[in-house]
Design a protein around this ligand. Structure first.
Ligand SMILES: [Zn+2]
Ligand SMILES: [Zn+2]
Length: 369
């Protein structure tokens, strides 16, 4: 029984057409023979992914599968028809426009994820990344020939680098110009293939790189490093590397763009009296003046103690939300003091300059400013 196509592509049952296409492209790239020469199952896996894509990219087939599963598709007369493809390269070309491609293929892009601390996001940081990439073979310098042996005109395409080929696709038979599979578009082949890369000129290898993450980067942002992706075929540009930056949460702060927000616990008597207090900042602490009569939810600012802006380098502010704690579990003595205090309070002590609603509006508005 074939596997569930959603499972094969690693998408949810409610995946959009775009997500399905993207998932299939990602898988196909992984299973491409240039990347996956060492995996004997690559072709089988590609066929499985292609079949899953063929089902899910067609509304009618997808609906049939959703309702009746593979049995429903089979009894409806559907059968995957990939056995006519000669090689994984043909199959790949059928899906990714081999016909439009007349020259050597550009290298694919690569994504790597890194995770940094909030303080590193504030200051900028250098991170070391390592990733698998198709690279130029060091032994033959990419020309595929055993060093010291000649390179000859390709017999298969007569040096043109292209072939006319009839290909069966899910959409019927198509004549197409494809890149010559003997010389991969070069028009020339080594008389003796390089012993290291078996004539491909390229190898999968572990690449390492130090990447500068700029100050001000936000969670989920990507840094593009042009030319650090997979090596292209001879004469074509390499792909790009995308470093996807995750910023770990710091439990002391909430980040909103360049603004950091923290909460400061203050006892009710102290809020009434006022005080100079320390608040945490990214770098250490800062003092703030708590005015006498500070109310719950009031927001104080420490200028420039937020995150830097990615473009301008200017820092945002740290906003301190005052969390007034009403004392609990009073002793008899404390209770007596508070009773005395409460008895002494007049309207003058309790009159509010601002409604709770106005205060909320101000707190939210000040964060956006
Ligand atoms: Zn080589
Ligand atoms: Zn050729």
């Amino acid at each position: 029984m074939p596997r569930d196509p959603y499972e094969v592509l690693g998408v949810g049952r409610d995946a959009s057409e775009q997500q399905i296409k993207k998932a299939f492209r990602g898988l196909a790239r992984e299973l491409h023979p240039d990347v996956n020469a060492h995996d004997p199952d690559a072709e089988k896996k590609f066929k499985e992914a292609a079949e899953a894509y063929e089902i899910l990219s067609d509304d009618e087939r997808r609906a049939t599968f959703d309702r009746y599963g593979h049995d429903g598709l089979r009894s409806g007369g559907y059968a995957p028809n990939f056995d006519g493809f000669g090689s994984i390269n043909d199959l790949f070309n059928a899906f990714f426009g081999g016909a439009a491609r007349s020259g050597p293929a550009q290298g694919g892009d690569i994504g790597v994820a890194v995770e940094i601390e909030l303080i590193e996001a504030a200051n900028g940081v250098k991170v070391h990344v390592s990733y698998d990439a198709v690279t130029r073979c060091g032994r033959c310098h990419g020309n595929g020939a055993e060093p010291g042996t000649p390179i000859e005109t390709c017999d298969r395409c007569g040096g043109a680098g292209q072939l006319q080929s009839a290909t069966r696709t899910p959409f019927g038979q198509m004549m197409r110009t494809v890149v010559c599979d003997a010389c991969h578009g070069d028009g020339r082949v080594p008389s003796e293939p390089c012993g290291e890369c078996r004539g491909r000129g390229r190898l999968a290898a572990l690449k390492e790189l130090d990447v500068d993450i700029p100050a001000g980067i936000d969670d989920g942002q990507r840094i593009r490093l042009t030319g650090h992706g997979h090596e292209g075929e001879s004469g074509a540009a390499p792909g790009d590397l995308y470093v996807i930056v995750g910023v770990r949460e710091d439990e002391r702060f909430v980040r909103e763009g360049e603004t950091l927000i923290t909460a400061l616990d203050v006892s009710a008597p102290l809020a009434a009296l006022g005080a100079t207090l320390e608040v945490p900042t990214l770098e250490g602490t800062a003092s703030i003046e708590l005015a006498a009569g500070t109310q719950p939810g009031e927001v104080l600012s420490v200028k420039g103690a937020g995150m830097p802006s990615l473009r301008r380098g200017r820092h945002g502010d740290l906003r301190v939300v005052v969390n007034v704690i009403v004392p609990r579990r009073l002793t008899a003595e404390q209770r007596e003091l508070l009773e005395q205090l409460n008895d002494s309070l007049s309207d003058e002590n309790l009159r509010s300059q601002e409604s709770m609603f106005a205060k909320l509006k101000r707190a939210l508005g000040s964060q956006a400013a």
